[in-house]
Design a protein around this ligand. Structure first.
Ligand code: ZN
Length: 202
C-alpha cells in the first residue's frame, strides 16, 4: 500500500460467494430526492450511509430525523461543502465540529462514525476527523451522477462496475438527483437477484 495514500475506507467486508456493496449518498438532505430515496430504501430493506452537509441539516431537520429513524448511518460531509484540503487543521476542525453540532442539535447523541471530504480532497481532514472520532470514508466507485446529471440508463450502466465489497458514491443532494434515485430503484433488485447483499461500513 502506498504509504502516502490517506487512510480511507474504500471497501467493506465481502466474500466470493456472497458479494456485498455499500451505497453512500452525499450532499443532502435534499427534498424531494432524499424523500423518494428513503421511501425506496425502506421498501427494499436497504441500509445506506448518508453524508450530510451542515447547511442542509439546518434546513431540513425532519429529513435528518427520518434518515436516522430509518436505520441509516451518518457521515459528516462538512459544513457547506468547501474544499478543506488546504486549510489549517484548526479550521478543518472548526468546520467538522460545527457540522457535528448541527446534526446533534437535531438528533442528540446520534453516532456519526464517518467523515467524507468534499470533492474527495482529503488534505489534513483525515487526521482531524479521526481526532473527532470519525473514520474517513472514500469509495471504490463514483458513477459521476453530479451536474450535469446523466440519465438513469447511463448511471445503471456505470453501476455495473461495482466490485465485491465496493463502497459506491452517489448523490441525493447538490442538484436534481431524480436520475440517481431512478438508477438505484433499478439496480437494487438487479444486484439482489444476482446474489449481492447491501451493507454499511462498520
Ligand atoms: Zn459532496
Amino acid at each position: 500500500m502506498d504509504p502516502s495514500a490517506p487512510d480511507v475506507i474504500r471497501y467493506v467486508a465481502t466474500a466470493p460467494a456472497a458479494p456485498t456493496v455499500a451505497l453512500t449518498f452525499d450532499d443532502g438532505p435534499n427534498p424531494p430526492d432524499t424523500v423518494a430515496l428513503l421511501d425506496l430504501l425502506a421498501r427494499e430493506g436497504v441500509r445506506a450511509v448518508f453524508c450530510l452537509v451542515g447547511v442542509q441539516v439546518e434546513q431540513h431537520p425532519d429529513l435528518v430525523r427520518r434518515v436516522v429513524d430509518d436505520g441509516h448511518v451518518l457521515a459528516n460531509h462538512s459544513w457547506q461543502h468547501d474544499d478543506l484540503a488546504e486549510l489549517p487543521a484548526a479550521a478543518v476542525r472548526a468546520d467538522l465540529q460545527r457540522t457535528l453540532d448541527a446534526i446533534h442539535a437535531v438528533v442528540p447523541g446520534v453516532p456519526v462514525p464517518f467523515f467524507r471530504a468534499p470533492y474527495g480532497r482529503w488534505g489534513r481532514t483525515v487526521d482531524v476527523a479521526a481526532s473527532l472520532g470519525m473514520r474517513s470514508l472514500e469509495w471504490q466507485l463514483a458513477v459521476e451522477d453530479w451536474d450535469p446529471a446523466p440519465p438513469a440508463d447511463v448511471l445503471v450502466e456505470r453501476l455495473g462496475a461495482v466490485e465485491p465489497g465496493g463502497v459506491v458514491l452517489l448523490h441525493d443532494g447538490g442538484g436534481d438527483r431524480s436520475a440517481t434515485v431512478e438508477a438505484v430503484r433499478r439496480v437494487v433488485p438487479a444486484l439482489r437477484a444476482a446474489g449481492w447483499t447491501f451493507t454499511v461500513p462498520t
